[in-house]
Design a protein around this ligand. Structure first.
Ligand SMILES: *Cc1c(COP(=O)(O)O)cnc(C)c1O
Length: 396
């Protein structure tokens, strides 16, 4: 066999993640590897914890990245907090709520489902109703930013309802961290997980998480062992430390040293930009993209009131093969956008503006490339209006 190096093409990533990785992070990944208990590495871990507290807006001492993708952050929350026989209220308004149900059931617990339509947010009234009907419920779990549809749910209200009924909360913030306002302490979130490859514009493979004191207490008072050895937070805390300085770190697994250099660089960049400025940038780029898409005659799936700026779902024009458009964008413009999932398959495009992808040149590339291809396919769109509409927003 002939072995040769893999040289990927340089793409512009405007799908549901991964998003464009900033060159500063790619450069950080190539720095010399040190031992995972090296004193300099322990310092790096402490800095990452501090900057994640900033990003999550929390003082939680248990704030750190899990050494695996967002799905592992999800699984960690469920296996640590849910015990066999528990009842968990799970809100489902897209793909990721369905995965929460799967996690609950694999923990030997019962999932009480609160269902909302794809493209709608979780309805707090339905959650309150489920809490009243199920006083035995221990946890409420929901997705803050549903990447499969582009809908944002009201995390603050849902957490308040859960607390009023003495429940802990598990919140999926994979697509919200760094992209839209997220207030772990102010909203009283108990367990939250995110990912590095969405609005932090880092490489995939790590899952920042944070747990409240109430959640830590629940984990420590479990009557059964956490069934996953790798994701048992009691053990992971021994490696990452619980905020009590850099002494006595015990080996649990070998941290992905270089990936953590990349995350560190991403968090330094977030701190330099300022969290609120990052939120504002995502919103501004969304406004520009929206102006262009609407000038072309495309319309959004999700109502403006709860639309995510970082994930733009639009209906594909009538009579157009949406997959053929995506294939041509990739081939001719090196541009990736996302397809619709589930009920939206074949009907919707999902255009991501996450992290380093949320910038003016990406908005302009996406609008001009989409218009060029749809024009050639003789789609029923307005031509020649999109980029100037976007530019008006960008320079406003
Ligand atoms: C991407 C995503 C996940 C899964 O993250 P991976 O890093 O792909 O494992 C979970 N929840 C939401 C809302 C996501 O967008």
């Amino acid at each position: 066999m002939t072995a040769r190096s893999f040289r990927p093409p340089v793409r512009t990533l405007m799908g549901p993640g991964p998003s464009d990785v900033h060159p500063r992070q790619l450069e950080a990944l190539g720095r010399p590897t040190v031992g995972h208990l090296d004193p300099t590495f322990i310092e790096l871990m402490d800095e990452i914890k501090g900057m994640l507290q900033y990003a999550f807006r929390t003082e939680n001492r248990l704030t750190m990245p899990i050494s695996a993708p967002g799905s592992a952050g999800m699984e960690a929350a469920f296996v640590n907090l849910v015990e066999p026989g528990d009842t968990v209220i799970v809100c489902r308004n897209g793909v990721f709520g369905a995965r929460m149900k799967e996690n609950v059931e694999r923990c030997g617990a019962t999932a009480v489902m609160v269902e909302d339509d794809w493209g709608s947010p979780v309805d707090p009234e339905k959650v309150e109703d489920a809490l009243k009907r199920h006083p035995e419920a221990k946890i409420v779990a929901f997705v803050h930013a549903e990447t499969s549809t582009g809908a944002r749910s009201d995390a603050e209200t849902l957490c308040r309802l859960a607390r009023d009924h003495d429940c802990l909360t598990i919140v999926d913030a994979v697509t919200s961290l760094g992209g839209i306002p997220l207030e772990v302490d102010r909203w009283g979130i108990d367990a939250i997980y995110s990912g590095t490859q969405k609005c932090l514009s880092c490489t995939p493979g790590l899952s920042p998480v944070s747990y409240s004191e109430r959640a830590i207490e629940a984990i420590q008072n479990r009557s059964t062992k956490v069934q996953s050895w790798f994701l048992d937070l009691n053990l992971i805390m021994g490696y990452w430390g619980d905020g009590g300085g850099s002494s006595k770190r015990a080996y649990h697994h070998t941290a992905p040293v270089n990936s953590l250099y990349g995350l560190h660089e991403a968090l330094v960049m977030l701190t330099e930009e300022g969290l609120e400025n990052a939120w504002a940038r995502h919103r501004h780029m969304h406004e520009a993209l929206k102006a262009g898409l609407e000038a072309m005659g495309l319309s959004f799936v999700v109502d403006e009131a709860y639309r995510l700026p970082e994930l733009n779902s639009v209906w594909t024009p009538a009579g157009i093969d949406e997959a053929a458009v995506r294939a041509r964008l990739l081939q001719e413009f090196n541009l990736e956008i996302g397809a619709g999932l589930g009920a939206f398959a074949g009907k919707v495009w999902r255009i991501g503006l996450m992290g380093h992808s949320a910038r003016a040149e990406n908005v302009m590339l996406c609008l001009s490339a989409l218009e060029a291809i749809l024009g050639e396919m003789e789609a029923p769109i307005e031509r020649g209006a999109a980029t100037s509409a976007a530019q008006r927003v960008l320079s406003a």
